[in-house]
Write a protein that binds this ligand. Sequence first.
Ligand SMILES: [Fe+2]
Ligand SMILES: [Fe+2]
Length: 282
Amino acid sequence: MSTPTRAAHEEMPPIPATATAILRLASNERVGVDEIVDTISTDAAILSEVLRVANLAFVGVRGEVTSLKQAALFLGFKRVAGIAAAVALRSSLGSLWSAQEVRRCWLHNLATALTAEQMALVLRLSPDEVYSAGLVHDIGRFVLIIKHRNEYVRLLRERPAEEKDFRLRERERFKIDHTAAGRDLLLSLGLPPVLAQVAAGHHDTPRRGASDTIALTHVACRAATAMGCGTIHVDQDQLPENPFTDLVDLLPADHREPLLRNAESLKNVVTTLVGAYERAFS
Ligand SMILES: [Fe+2]
Ligand SMILES: [Fe+2]
């Protein structure tokens, strides 16, 4: 893993309290539905908005969602947490959320979480930790959006050809890139160290023997991008038919065939859900 540029914690702007509380819960494997319902219910505006988004995203699939408990039972509390964190971030970002590039940054986190979750299910691994890792892997972008606002949005619009060039520009302009900013935030929140590791190294090719969470999140991030899900600039004609073709060699040998075989259905699940989220958050 490369070492991202360090930054002083004290320079980091706080992510809003409700969003951090929700992210904490989403990252805790032992949390119960009641705790997440209690946390979201403390903020009436967020509560009603989560229900609105859940209904917009899933109406016709599961019927009407009228309570958080019901949403958590239908969708799983991790997915509810992903919606709730987006709603909490949106309320703190104000007019910045109207920038498509900002919304797509969060959609990419959701898409990576869903892709990692679906990969884990195909591979008969636990989906919880990889979902959390996907949800926060690019949280550093939001640290920089909240701190630098339109200056960071302008950078998002510049379309650097390669991700490493983008991180270079982040370091040039803001003295830190989003991987280090995300790592610093997650460490300061006391979340499981593996999540900070994922945030810090999600663009690095996983080493042989890397944990499932690190390897799956890296591949999920790239596969979500290859599906055109939540990426800032999408050229549909350039997307590969099978998002895993160029990626499975990064995973252990016994993971490759099941992912390639299930790619089509996995892609359908992820693109359908992300499309629904995108409509609901527009
Ligand atoms: Fe990233
Ligand atoms: Fe990513």
